[in-house]
Design a protein. Structure first.
Length: 94
């Protein structure tokens, strides 16, 4: 059974897809390591700012990047991703 997407889901997807900075981050992550994810916190904070008509500056925000690699025991892959992403100052490994 396919569940219909709500209007809020469609609106959120549209907002993300039309945000140049977020799409740049997501494309970089996809290219660097497809198993990485953007933490929901940055999206939640941005949406909150949009709802309250506040300016949200991504460039001055800590963005958590999450990834999982069961074979990365010495954090070598984590360091490589962190180096490649460059502009983000917080990489969380689960």
């Amino acid at each position: 059974m396919v569940q219909d997407r709500s209007s809020d889901q469609i609106k959120l997807e549209h907002m993300i897809c039309n945000h140049a900075f977020l799409m740049d981050v997501l494309k970089k992550l996809q290219h660097i390591a497809p198993q990485t994810y953007l933490s929901a916190g940055v999206i939640r904070n941005w949406i909150w700012s949009e709802i309250h008509e506040q300016n949200y500056v991504f460039e001055h925000t800590e963005i958590d990047i999450i990834f999982y690699d069961p074979d990365d025991h010495n954090d070598q892959k984590a360091q490589e991703i962190k180096r490649k992403v460059g502009v983000y100052n917080n990489l969380r490994r689960l």
